[in-house]
Design a protein around this ligand. Structure first.
Ligand code: IMP
Length: 195
């Protein structure tokens, strides 16, 4: 069994990551390694920079293998925004619901075909040295609906529509989401690299 610390305070993400990686991996949360109040400022210009910053900060504290994920939503009509600002699109400490409201207002009256978007996830992995960071990337393409549908998942899931299933990620539920998501694809690349 391989053991890693996950450099994230987001409990939904931690659950998803544990479910995706399965029983070959033991994922310790920051709480479990005594870093519950450890705050990392995400001020990078790219998902890679932010993921690396989280991984390095946690590795420097505990000196054991760390994975960190940085993810976000890139909307074509908004020229790739909110991107690295996804979590704080509606302002510092904005709730998921406030962020969705802001996104829907930015896309008001934009026709469905022009509402294409993708979720991006970058995993940064440090095994034993901050001089050797490995990156794994996954993307999930879809469209932003003009209203919420579904209740599962988190973040922007209720408005992110997957054409092949004709459902939002929040309607699909975690079992299916975790076989198609950006996070699944990045984690799959990560776990394949360890085989
Ligand atoms: P991070 O914690 O800096 O990676 O922030 C990611 C932002 O993207 C947060 O606002 C999340 O809610 C959103 N996000 C990331 N992954 C997903 C997902 O799988 N579904 C919905 N929203 C997501």
């Amino acid at each position: 069994m391989k053991t890693f610390v996950l450099a994230s305070q987001n409990k939904h993400k931690a659950e998803e990551i544990k479910q995706i990686l399965g029983s070959d991996f033991e994922i310790k949360t920051m709480d479990e390694v005594g870093l519950s109040n450890f705050d990392i400022i995400e001020d990078g210009n790219t998902f890679e920079e932010n993921a690396a910053k989280k991984a390095v900060s946690v590795f420097n504290e505990i000196n054991m293998p760390v994975i960190a994920d940085d993810s976000g939503l890139c909307v074509d009509f908004l020229n790739g925004a909110p991107g690295v600002y996804t979590a704080r699109f509606a302002g510092e400490n904005a709730s998921d619901s406030e962020n969705i409201d802001k996104l829907l207002s930015e896309l008001k009256n934009v026709p469905f075909q022009e509402r294409s978007a993708k979720f991006v996830c970058v995993i940064a992995f440090i095994e034993n040295s901050v001089d050797n960071i490995k990156y794994f990337k996954g993307e999930c393409s879809g469209f932003i609906l003009d209203k919420r549908r579904g209740t599962s998942g988190f973040g922007y899931d209720p408005v992110f529509y997957c054409k092949e299933y004709e459902k939002t990620l929040a309607e699909l539920g975690e079992n299916i989401k975790n076989t198609i998501s950006h996070r699944y694809k990045a984690l799959k690349a990560f776990s394949d690299s360890l085989k």
